[in-house]
Every structure is written in C-alpha cells, then in structure tokens.
Design a protein around this ligand. Structure first.
Ligand code: FE2
Length: 293
C-alpha cells in the first residue's frame, strides 16, 4: 500500500495488526521512523516488533517518543526497579493468570489512555498468546440496523465492573490493596460515546469491552444487558482479530481507543513475565495539529 521509507510493514491479518521490521528499538531512531511507526499503528490498531531485547529503561525511552508515560502503580503488578513507568506482570504457579477478558487499558478513566507497549520478557514455553481485536473492524462488522441504534449512544465505563468481580479478589488483598483502592477512588464511573470517531483517523470504532462498559444510556436495564452480551460476543469474532504468539523480545504496541486485547490464560502453572507501559497522550498527532493551525 505504500509510502514507508524507514520501516517495513507487513499486515498480520486482514483486519487487525501489522508486523514492523527494520528497526532496533534499543537505538534512538530518526524522527521519520517514529512517525511511520505511528502511521502504521493508526492504520492497523496494533503493531508488533520481533526480537527486541529492550531493557525497561530502553522500552520507556522508545515509548516516550510517542507521548508522556504513566508512572506505574503497585496494585496487581510489580514495578520495574529501573524504570518507574514499567509494570512487571508476573504470572506463575503462585499467581495464576487472570487477565483473560477482552478490554482496553484505561477505558474506565475520564481521559482514556492513548496506547500501551508490552514486551515479552519471559513467555511461557507454550500458550500465553494475546488476542487483539480491531474495534474499527468490529464497528464495520455490525449490521446497519444495529449501527443506526448505537451510533449516537453514550455508555458508562466503570473500573468496578471488572475489579469488583470475584476473579479480581486478589487485587484487594495484601500489598495490592492500597493501590487498587486508590485507582478506584480516582476513577468513579464515567461516560464516553459508545461509537467515537477516532481522534486521528476519524474512523468510527466500537468503544466497548465486556470488562469496563456498563449501561448504555437511553436503553432500559434489560436492553442494556442484552446489548452487552451481544456486543461481547460480536467483539470476540475471529474475523476482527489477530492472535499473537509471543517470543522472548516480541513487543506489541497498541492503540487503546481502537483495539481490545485478551491474554489467553492457558499456560498455568508455567511462568509468563511481561513488561508493560502506558503512553498517556498522542504527542505525534498533537504536534501535527499545532503545526496545521
Ligand atoms: Fe490490558
């Protein structure tokens, strides 16, 4: 399709994801390379890099080129001793995986986070894939009847919809408790458009997840619950997905507005260690908007 001169981009599937090669994330890149990675991210909702042996500080340095980073908080995850923005997600015999639900990071926040960057530090020998869903494709895949019913709807997004569930009980225990309570208190339920226009591409996306989307305003309780069940099933259709098999050093970089992810919990009691960080705002598009004024 195109127009990249600093990177090579190959689509991972028809509707979701692309692999980027030709860059070493440990090294500072040309400004044009960051811009092209951003372009690929916007086009494909999630991009993947193989064989990137980045330490937490290097991962944070790379991500900072796309916008300011969130300082990690000790709740469910540990924090890297080297880079305070990097959460160390450890699942092992004592900590069974429990992120096996479709979600976008930070969907429950008043200002949702722009992007996340996850590196496989120690993938399990088998299993532990992550499924990514294009919410642009999910929107396009709805019938015109449903589109007409949903396109102007506002929905409630709630941290406690997921974190109040029995599956998340261990986030409320021990060392994790204070951080989880703080995140809850800082994030009361908020309202967002259910089908926003993406701020960069202008494309509509179905901003929905089984984990954080609650009531759909303008529908009654039973309609809302039925729509929730229907949209949960709809977003899980393989046609909108790409399923990534991690290798040590694989990095995934995803847009939290236009994609969902699901960590497949099929490797326990094997160990899976991942390094994650959050890019709060899209600095590259913001710079373009200023330049265009
Ligand atoms: Fe996540």
């Amino acid at each position: 399709m195109q127009d990249y001169t600093h990177i090579t981009v190959e689509r991972a599937s028809r509707n979701c994801g692309a692999f980027i090669s030709g860059v070493d994330l440990k090294q500072p890149l040309d400004a044009g390379a960051y811009r092209e990675i951003h372009t690929a991210l916007m086009r494909h909702q999630v991009v993947f890099f193989r064989d990137q042996d980045v330490a937490p500080l290097e991962q944070a340095a790379f991500a900072r080129n796309f916008g300011p980073l969130r300082k990690a908080r000790r709740s469910a995850f540990q924090i890297s001793g080297d880079a305070p923005e990097v959460s160390v997600i450890v699942n092992d015999r004592e900590h069974p995986p429990y992120i096996d639900h479709y979600h976008a990071d930070g969907m429950f926040r008043k200002k949702p986070e722009f992007a996340s960057l996850l590196k496989a530090e120690q993938p399990p020998e088998m299993g532990g894939d992550t499924i990514f869903v294009s919410l642009t494709a999910a929107w396009n895949g709805l019938s015109d009847t449903l589109k007409a019913a949903l396109e102007d709807k506002i929905a409630v997004y709630d941290f406690m919809r997921l974190h109040g569930s029995p599956e998340k009980a261990r986030n409320w225990e021990g060392e994790a408790r204070a951080g989880t309570m703080k995140t809850r208190d800082e994030n009361p339920p908020v309202r967002h458009p259910l089908v926003p226009k993406h701020p960069v591409t202008g494309e509509r996306c179905l901003y929905f997840s089984e984990s954080f989307t609650g009531a759909i305003l303008g529908t009654n309780k039973y309609e809302s619950e039925s729509l929730h069940a229907m949209l949960t099933r709809h977003c899980a259709k393989p046609e909108f997905q790409y399923r990534l098999q991690w290798r040590k050093g694989t990095v995934a970089f995803w847009d939290n507005i236009a994609s969902l992810h699901y960590a497949v919990a099929d490797y326990w009691p094997d160990t899976r260690i991942m390094h994650r960080l959050t890019v709060l705002e899209d600095a590259i598009s913001a710079a373009d908007s200023v330049a265009a004024e």
